[in-house]
Design a protein around this ligand. Structure first.
Ligand code: SF4
Length: 381
């Protein structure tokens, strides 16, 4: 069993035990090299069908142009699994996504993350040791037998494996409601990891629970900061985790954009805070957001509460519509942005030389139980 790890502060050394180095183990080409695009093209052409490049929607344009397929984390893992002929999968996304791709692909396929510092602050908010300790708290409260754990896709393989071992399921932002329905058919309580906002928004807005049915378990406080009575009374035990990008949107952002652009439609991701989601017109996953903008009539205006690379791309693709970022402050996902053209060129050229760099592997027992939780998700009605 591997254990989770916190992200290093960028620029401060490396931690080999956690697979999260910030220093590239090879010779990175300089960002100023005018031949980077040509070099990436040439390395990709040399690798041909042996290579499959996956690009998450939140990646930079300079990287996404080389993706064979783009998507959210779950779609990309499925795409990787559907390409057994490609021995090299280069994942332009973050660490937990590359882990899921490794779990879902065959033993002959190697998954490469161009920069190992591309983690996810939300996934890092729930470590294996913390979740085990939480389970002991639930056992001591006498309720563990009633609790079904659910983890969002945005969690480490360790956490997915924990959930798989304890009869739970993985969910995405598209199927969180179905996962909750499945869980409540099995038990009377849910432990929702690691995103409190997705858990709360789905439970309250889609399942009809009240905010009073939800408690927040704080991993850094004794017993999660909750009394035994609070745990026994709760229906949803939400892990105190959040996305540092989506968590930044506020009610002020919504009010400000409505005042600035009359008639604007506010479209947000369910990782946003509850009051933001409540004030929005439409809520949905990244794929839903893209589809909604694509299908919107010309002349309509949209303020979108999700990662800035994607919003800028949507605005560029739909000049017949007004598409703006929900907040006035710049809000890229800094760890997604770690994957840049120099790292991509370095990893592709290394593979073209037959050298596999920055490979992400999940150890077999963890992969087995994580797969159990992922397969339960795939079997959701
Ligand atoms: S956008 Fe949020 S959830 Fe997604 S990788 Fe970045 S920090 Fe993690």
């Amino acid at each position: 069993m591997t254990t989770g790890s916190s992200l290093l502060i960028l620029g401060q050394g490396a931690d080999p035990a956690s697979e999260r180095g910030v220093s590239c183990p090879g010779e990175l080409p300089p960002a100023s090299d005018p031949a980077l695009v040509e070099r990436a093209r040439a390395a990709k052409a040399a690798l041909g069908d042996r290579l499959f490049v996956l690009g998450h929607h939140y990646q930079r344009d300079e990287v996404i142009q080389f993706a064979d397929v783009t998507g959210d984390s779950f779609k990309l893992a499925q795409e990787a699994a559907a390409r057994p002929q490609a021995p090299y999968i280069v994942f332009c996304g973050v660490h937990f996504m590359a882990e899921s791709a490794d779990i879902l692909t065959s033993a002959d396929q190697q998954v490469v993350l161009p920069d190992l510092a591309a983690g996810c602050s939300m996934a890092d908010m729930a470590t294996y040791d913390q979740v085990e300790e939480c389970w002991e708290v639930l056992e001591d409260a006498g309720i563990a037998g009633d609790v079904v754990p659910i983890t969002y896709m945005n969690s480490s393989a360790d956490i997915k494996a924990f959930v798989g071992r304890h009869g739970g399921v993985v969910c995405t932002s598209s199927n969180a409601r179905r996962a909750l329905e499945w869980a409540f058919a099995k038990g009377s309580k849910v432990l929702f990891l690691p995103d409190q906002h997705l858990g709360r928004n789905t439970a309250v807005l889609e399942m009809g629970l009240s905010l009073d049915d939800c408690v927040v378990y704080s991993p850094n406080r004794p017993d999660g900061g909750l009394s035994t009575a609070e745990l026994r009374d709760a229906t949803m035990i939400l892990w105190r985790g959040h996305c540092s990008v989506h968590g930044r949107f506020s009610l002020d952002s919504v009010n400000e954009v409505r005042a600035r652009i009359p008639g604007v439609n506010v479209l947000v991701h369910p990782e946003c805070r509850h009051e933001v989601v409540r004030a929005a017109d439409l809520i949905g996953s990244t794929e839903y957001i893209i589809r909604t903008i694509e299908e919107a009539p010309a002349g309509t205006a949209w303020a979108v509460g999700t990662e800035l690379n994607l919003v800028k791309r949507l605005a560029g693709r739909h000049p017949d519509k007004t598409v703006v970022f929900l907040d006035r402050t710049v809000c890229f996902c800094s760890t997604m942005n770690r994957i840049d053209l120099p790292h991509l060129v370095w990893s592709l050229e290394s593979l073209a030389r037959g050298e596999v760099v920055n490979q992400i592997t999940v150890e077999p027992e963890t992969a087995h139980y994580a797969r159990v939780a992922l397969d339960r998700m795939l079997a959701l009605p």
